[in-house]
Design a protein around this ligand. Structure first.
Ligand code: SF4
Length: 476
């Protein structure tokens, strides 16, 4: 498998309680969260008597046809869209994972990465548990099913106290929805409400990884599920408990830099605000004499707008992204240089010709894509290319649910900034400082952030030290 030259999103989750069209709302919520995972998707619903579920490989609108949604009719639902960070990429590991337990039917969907999943799984298998998948999510399902606690909320709290890692998860039983975050709050999970109207006698409570899912279904953002909190929504209304004492928070700052949509609130803060601030900070820290500011679309757009307004240099779309690329494509037999990048991005010659360009991107992972983009912009007639990155150099992999290449493939872990500049062929290269990044994302205001992929200083001790050895990067 080719290592991606971008970080990969983790997963997205959504949950709906008490709505006559819960399955449709879950489907629309997943549609809005599609950017968080495009490998597989699934929905589990409750009609008040039993659970129903459907999951498949592919994109949300392709999986959930009207006929499929018809069979999923219910008044509560959870949904999941997946990019695998643990477990193989296969239908077997698609979520939600549904089981019949001694506490009734349950289905669970999870965004994040459990670090002690293998250890718990080995112990449970020794005791006779049979696992259906190799996803770490199933470990939580087994722990809930085997818990000595009598009620589902207690059993879930008991299970969550036994797992370590970064997780935001939603669970459904026949009459309840559960939503929880890990005690450090690595991954986001927001709670919203659709006020009762028409046929609905009570408010619909919704949960989603990002609030862009609420906008599509007419829900108002209410608050985040707090780190270490378990929220239960059932016939008696909404209740909350802290299943674990909360420690220092370490929310993933990369949600603001890259993963989340700019129209979302994440960790109680507008992503668009952070991303524009990133560009402004970058313009102050790393100015350049140039004619235009050009983003690498789509994720570099908001930061480029911030850079342009702060520097007074005009913002222009000098690269256009093709959004309609399928999973496979046929390459002409006479090979085209940089074909993969050209398929996704095309330069606008009339914008770039004879211009000194400031090119804004959100990261350089291996450097191979940046090198191709810089070459493409020069071939389109640009006189100079000054690359600016809206976060610090990425030097360490993530152990908290984000798919990063290993340390030996991260170019900034192995080369100096000057060596990277030379490799990508830019006239100048600058990254945002760690202080600039934290300021732009409001560190210490509503949350404190994990910045481990930029510092190598992990907020927990459960990391794989083998990964943290320097190595030499090779070109592909
Ligand atoms: Fe996010 Fe980086 Fe921390 Fe992973 S290591 S949680 S990607 S900030």
């Amino acid at each position: 498998m080719v290592t991606p030259d971008k970080f990969r999103e983790e997963c997205g989750v959504v949950a709906i309680h008490s709505n006559a069209e819960a399955e449709k709302l879950a489907y629309l919520g997943l549609h809005a969260l599609q950017h968080r995972g495009q490998e597989s998707a699934g929905i589990a619903t409750s009609d008040g008597m039993s659970l129903h579920s459907h999951k498949a490989m592919g994109l949300v609108p392709d999986i959930f046809t009207p006929a499929v949604l018809d069979k999923l009719r219910g008044t509560a639902a959870i949904g999941h869209t997946r990019y695998s960070t643990a477990g193989d990429s296969a239908l077997l590991n698609a979520q939600p994972i549904m089981v019949q337990s001694n506490k009734g039917q349950i289905a669970l969907a999870h965004n994040g990465n459990l670090v002690n999943a293998q250890e718990i799984r080995a112990r449970l298998e020794n005791q006779g548990s049979i696992f259906q998948t190799n996803s770490d999510t199933e470990v939580i399902v087994h722990l809930i099913a085997l818990s000595r606690e009598q009620t589902l909320p207690e059993a879930m709290a008991d299970a969550l106290r036994r797992v370590e890692g970064a997780f935001s998860l939603v669970m459904i039983s026949v009459d309840r929805i559960f939503a929880a975050r890990d005690p450090r709050g690595f991954r986001p999970l927001a709670m919203g409400r659709i006020p009762a109207s028409g046929l609905e006698k009570r408010d619909t409570i919704v949960f989603a990884s990002e609030t862009c899912a609420f906008d599509l279904i007419g829900a108002e953002y209410e608050r985040d599920v707090k780190p270490g909190e378990l929220v239960v929504v059932g016939p008696e209304g909404v209740s909350s408990r802290f299943y674990s004492p909360t420690g220092p928070q370490s929310s993933c700052i990369f949600e603001h830099v890259y993963f989340s949509r700019p129209d979302s609130m994440v960790f109680g803060r507008a992503v668009d605000l952070s991303r524009e601030n990133l560009g402004r900070e970058l313009a102050r820290e790393a100015p350049a004499e140039a004619d235009i500011v050009v983003p690498v679309p789509d994720s570099g757009v908001t930061a480029a707008m911030g850079y342009a307004s702060e520097s007074g240099i005009p913002f222009r779309f000098g690269l256009i992204r093709n959004h309609y690329i399928g999973r496979t494509f046929i390459e002409p037999s006479q090979s085209v240089r940089d074909f993969g990048v050209k398929l996704k991005l095309n330069p606008v010659r009339s914008v770039l010709q004879n211009k000194r360009v400031i090119l804004i991107d959100d990261s350089i992972v291996r450097g191979t894509t940046s090198r191709k983009i810089v070459r493409m912009i020069r071939q389109a007639g640009a006189k100079e290319v000054h690359m600016r990155i809206s976060c610090p150099p990425t030097i360490s992999p993530c152990f908290y649910g984000v798919d990063t290449p290993s340390k030996k493939q991260l170019i900034a872990a192995n080369k100096s900034i000057e060596e990277i500049r030379e490799y990508i062929g830019a006239d100048s290269l600058a990254y945002l400082s760690l202080e600039g990044l934290k300021r732009a994302c409001g560190d210490g205001e509503k949350t404190t952030y994990c910045t481990a992929c930029y510092t190598g200083k992990y907020p927990t001790d459960w990391v794989d030290v083998e990964e943290i050895q320097p190595a030499t990067v090779t070109e592909d």
